[in-house]
Design a protein around this ligand. Structure first.
Ligand SMILES: NC(=O)c1ccc[n+]([C@@H]2O[C@H](COP(=O)([O-])OP(=O)(O)OC[C@H]3O[C@@H](n4cnc5c(N)ncnc54)[C@H](OP(=O)(O)O)[C@@H]3O)[C@@H](O)[C@H]2O)c1
Length: 229
């Protein structure tokens, strides 16, 4: 049984990753920025006879992140897997040239710096040979056709991919693997109703990266297969 912390897990893909991992018998800690939404999510797990723990954490708030790490440290919790899932895609994120910097800054703060902050704060609690999984997007790939939608969001995921590789290098001494993955275009509040994929499909690669016996480090995946950065 692994102990797994997932950010932004009160809904969408994060919730489904938590659900699948909990069903597999792992100890899952769901985190979210809003107490009410987190409790509502917890209730859904209870209705499915699944047990999860919860942790309040806004990934945009460094003090809050430190406080959340302290909560787990006091409980002597050691993490085997950290899944950085929380992210935003702002409706106003349309044209990079029309952004005075606000949209980009807000998006980078949550989607890229946020996961880095979370990694740093929780690193002392992550076991050697543990795993960090960053939920990225094909929109961050420099080999996909670049441009045409949500530029700040796409830049934030390119940034996250780059952070993933830097962390993979720095954490290799502790044999902590750090990988990024794209869930594909998934039907969630972020992905919208036209998205072709279910949350189950979107969550699959993260669940695999969290539980497979052996995984590499410093790679980018979709559908359990390595994809180019
Ligand atoms: N859906 C897609 O098609 C798609 C495609 C590629 C990649 N992704 C990636 O997959 C991940 C999950 O996306 P999703 O589609 O499930 O999105 P979602 O339904 O919008 O859920 C996003 C989650 O992140 C949380 N969150 C947002 N800001 C936060 C903050 N400051 N602190 C803590 N939690 C925060 C949200 O909490 P609240 O409920 O409090 O807002 C929610 O739990 C994201 O990293 C996204 O970029 C999604």
């Amino acid at each position: 049984m692994k102990c797994i912390l997932i950010t932004g897990a009160n809904k969408g893909i994060g919730f489904e990753i938590a659900r699948q991992l909990s069903k597999l018998g792992h100890r899952v800690i769901i985190s979210g920025r809003d107490n009410t939404r987190l409790n509502e999510a917890k209730q859904k797990f209870i209705e499915e006879n699944l047990t999860v723990e919860h942790l309040i954490m806004d990934v945009g708030d460094s003090h809050g992140i430190s406080a959340a790490a302290e909560v787990l440290r006091k409980k002597n919790i050691q993490l085997d897997v950290l899944i950085n899932n929380a992210a935003i895609l702002l409706k106003t994120d349309q044209h990079i040239l029309q952004d005075d910097g606000e949209i980009l800054q807000q998006t980078l703060n949550i989607n890229s710096i946020g996961p880095l902050r979370v990694c740093k704060a929780f690193l002392p609690l992550i076991a050697d040979r543990g795993r960090i999984i960053n939920i990225s997007s094909g929109g961050g790939s420099m080999t996909d056709p670049v441009g045409g939608w949500s530029p700040a969001y796409c830049v934030s995921k390119t940034f996250l991919n780059s952070i993933t590789r830097q962390l993979a290098y720095e954490l290799s001494s502790r044999q902590i693997s750090v990988n990024a993955m794209c869930p594909g275009w998934v039907k969630t509040d972020m992905g919208g109703r036209s998205a072709p994929r279910t949350v189950q499909q979107g969550a699959d690669t993260a669940v695999w990266l969290a539980t497979a016996e052996k995984i590499p480090t410093g790679k980018f995946f979709r559908d359990r297969k390595e994809i180019p950065w």
